[in-house]
Ligand binder design. Structure first.
Ligand SMILES: Cc1ncc(COP(=O)(O)O)c(C=O)c1O
Length: 398
């Protein structure tokens, strides 16, 4: 017999992150229990029949649902103030499912061009292959979005701030335009993090996460989540799509992610404080020609960031003097910061987007997005910020 710990006993966000969705077994354990089971036994054939008809609450099969995965989804739901959370096996599983469950041949998708490489592949390559009419927009200018959304459109997909240039988009205004066109707005909120931006509050219909990033934050799992208040979207599209195509999160990974949520706010606030310190430091370095960080006043969407985000995030990008060889020399000279394409981790990381996450784009597409060969992206972690700056400083000198 499991014992649901009442979520109604606490109301504030941090308490929800620590305790939300918890169910205790008859052992009264303090830490959330883990159910590594693919399937469930029924007391009788009649009970199985009632469960399959939805007349009795009973887990059926872990592709459909699992108690450990449910605790994670409930905690995510409480954090985001969403009616529904559907977890997935990866962030890309969340992105693909959020779109594929909804779109059919002949529908129209309006997508930002400033997306993480795999998200752009789904929107620009895969969806047209399925007969979806796709329009991509590289500008933050609302006139461009208004023009694209002057025709009936089923879905709008964007990421704000974007990977890696941190281009921001007006979520409230684009949600309104999407609704006028009869569509739903899906926001990839990975860079902003759930700590600093709440797309559902801003008017978006669906928010997607790669939980691999800040939500895990310690480099252990790959996972994803889709959150919404749109019951029709969930019941008529998403629920059945996930059940029958199977991009399911494993209970073990769900357990790790549940525990990680307990420290999410603390970690992300400290990482953002470190990132702001590193951004200020980079501004003073002679061979750094540009620093890109949402809270710097020269960011092209600085005002928008101040309006729709509660904090700047944990990612800083720079342009270095010189070419790719110079950027590679800088990366190879770092002694503590790891070269890795992940982000949001407690360990600081550095990436060269043009040759890794965005290598699939051709030169013209990369230059449209401003991704130069000299661009370097940092994900700032939880080390002592003086050590982070010292490592960058010695690598710049090298
Ligand atoms: C913005 C963004 N969206 C989606 C993804 C995909 O997530 P995952 O690697 O968990 O599939 C990533 C990173 O990989 C990302 O940076």
């Amino acid at each position: 017999m499991s014992n649901r710990v009442s979520d109604s006993k606490f109301h504030r966000r941090q308490s929800k992150l620590v305790r939300g969705g918890m169910e205790r077994s008859h052992f009264d354990e303090m830490s959330e229990s883990m159910f590594l089971t693919s399937s469930y036994a029924y007391g009788s054939a009649e009970q199985a029949a009632r469960a399959f008809k939805g007349k009795e609450d009973h887990y059926l099969y872990s592709r459909y649902g699992n108690p450990t995965v449910s605790v994670f989804e409930d905690r995510m739901k409480l954090m985001e103030d969403a009616a529904v959370c559907q977890s997935t096996a990866s962030g890309m599983g969340a992105v693909f499912a959020s779109l594929a469950c909804l779109l059919k041949a002949g529908d129209r998708l309006v997508a930002s061009k400033a997306l993480f490489g795999s998200c752009d592949y789904v929107c620009s390559v895969l969806m047209p292959r399925y007969g979806v009419d796709v329009v991509t927009i590289s500008s933050s200018d609302l006139n461009a979005w208004g023009e694209a959304l002057s025709e009936p459109t089923a879905a709008v997909f964007l990421e704000s701030p974007s990977n890696p240039m941190m281009q921001m988009f007006d979520i409230s205004a684009i949600a309104e335009l999407a609704h006028q066109a009869g569509g739903r707005l899906i926001v990839d909120n990975v860079f902003a993090t759930p700590v600093f931006q709440r797309p559902l509050e801003l008017g978006a219909d669906i928010v997607v996460y790669s939980t691999t990033k800040h939500i895990d934050g310690q480099g252990r799992t790959v996972g994803g989540a889709i959150l919404t208040n749109d019951e029709t979207y969930y019941q008529d599209y998403l629920r059945m799509f996930v059940r029958h195509t199977g991009p399911t999160l494993s209970p073990f990974n769900a357990w790790i992610l549940t525990k990680a949520l307990e420290t999410l706010d603390l970690r992300v606030h400290q990482q953002a404080t470190n990132a702001a310190d590193v951004a200020e430091f980079l501004l003073k370095q002679p061979c750094v020609t540009k620093v890109i960080f949402p809270s710097l006043s020269d960011h092209p969407q600085f005002e928008l960031g101040q309006k729709q985000m509660r904090g700047p995030g944990t990612i800083v990008a720079i342009e270095l003097e010189g070419n790719q060889a110079r950027a590679f020399r800088f990366l190879n000279s770092l002694q503590m910061i790891d070269i890795s394409n992940n982000l949001g981790d407690a360990k600081s990381m550095v990436t060269h987007p043009a040759s890794t996450t965005h290598q699939r784009l051709d030169n013209q597409e990369r230059s449209l997005l401003g991704i130069k060969d000299s661009l370097v992206r940092f994900s700032i972690g939880l080390e002592d910020v003086e050590d982070i700056k010292a490592d960058i400083s010695q690598a710049l000198r090298a």
